[in-house]
Design a protein around this ligand. Sequence first.
Ligand SMILES: *Cc1c(COP(=O)(O)O)cnc(C)c1O
Length: 413
Amino acid sequence: MIPVAKPYLNDDEVKAVSEVISSGWVTQGPKVAEFEEAFAAYTGSPHACAVANCTVALQLAMLVMDVRPGDVVITVSHSFIATANAVRMCSAEPVFVDIDPDTFNMSPAKLEHMLAEECEQRSGGLYYKNVFALSSPETPFNHIEQQLGRVGAILVVHQMGLPCDMSAILPLAQKYGLPVIEDAACAVGSEISLDGGKSFEPVGKPHGDIACFSFHPRKVMTTGEGGMITCRSADVDARLRRLRHQGMDVSDLQRHESKKVCFESYSTTAYNFRMTDMQAAMGVEQLKKLPRMVVRRREIVEEYRRRLADLEHITCAAEPVYARSNWQSFTIRVNESSPRSRDEIMQLLMDSDIATRRGIMNSHQEEPYRNEIWSLPASEAARDNCIILPLYYKLTDQGLDLIVERLKAAFDG
Ligand SMILES: *Cc1c(COP(=O)(O)O)cnc(C)c1O
């Protein structure tokens, strides 16, 4: 069976993790610090803070950007449900903007429409007008009495590794005085241009105010579970570090290394969202492999695109001028002209031992976020018409041959 994805792990990770175990220090400590430093250097960010996973990274990012209970956060439905769940974990409510069908990312034009037409300025900020229509059994708004619907942030997603159109989104955020949080869960190793493709920078520099990454095995590099938050502000970084560690003002490592008796204090109510040193040791090794992995992924996608170019019934994902994707996922869209349905094609590939996945899910089509006010036709079409094809570092040329051949046969048959 050819899987959709497969992490690239070998003895490097085994050795690094076993050294950590032998050292006796297994939770957040020297390896986490080393991984953070390497990650900051890779992305060009002044600060990087490791956490347990990207879902809690997003939650902390919203808290430090001052998203408050009763706020709404403008984001996309077309994402893994973690994006919307993280908003709810801040006792806020997601408000969904549709995507651009070509990039699967937030449409700047639709965002502009939302900010101008569906929100209004009041004392204290920008408010979402239709807030009482957001009723649902699980909204935290059922338990909040204060004024509801202030727009707390814009949460953009670099979906499947393809960067958003930040040069269109950032000026809108600035105009309305809103922070921008980047859900870069899939985008480690991707690059973005803010000058129309002349120069590129790694996603996570960051380009918004704060960016969050995932190291789940389905992403391009993995630590089993794990997340990272990058930001420019030393103050924001310090708050993140307190929030991930029960509000403690000294880390375990600082206390351990101190030559003087030292007592910690706790300055805020907080969480245990720490990463372990075993995960960080994997992360250090995976980060060394990342450039190679991205090069290979880009080669495979170029091959897919070249060899599928003459298939008239599909449209391959492509990069706009401002984006260089790590291709965390590569999708084809099954056109309306197709003699076979998307699901039939997926089944034919599965019958040939080739695993695929449907397009990215939409949160508003799942129970916790269903609401008749959402009209997101491009998001729904992307979920229902797309196929994610196998793509991983060790995918062989023979594997690729087979996938392309069976895909072509599926349309001919
Ligand atoms: C995977 C993913 C997440 C969640 O990451 P975890 O590390 O599993 O918590 C969030 N957002 C997007 C877009 C993702 O793809």
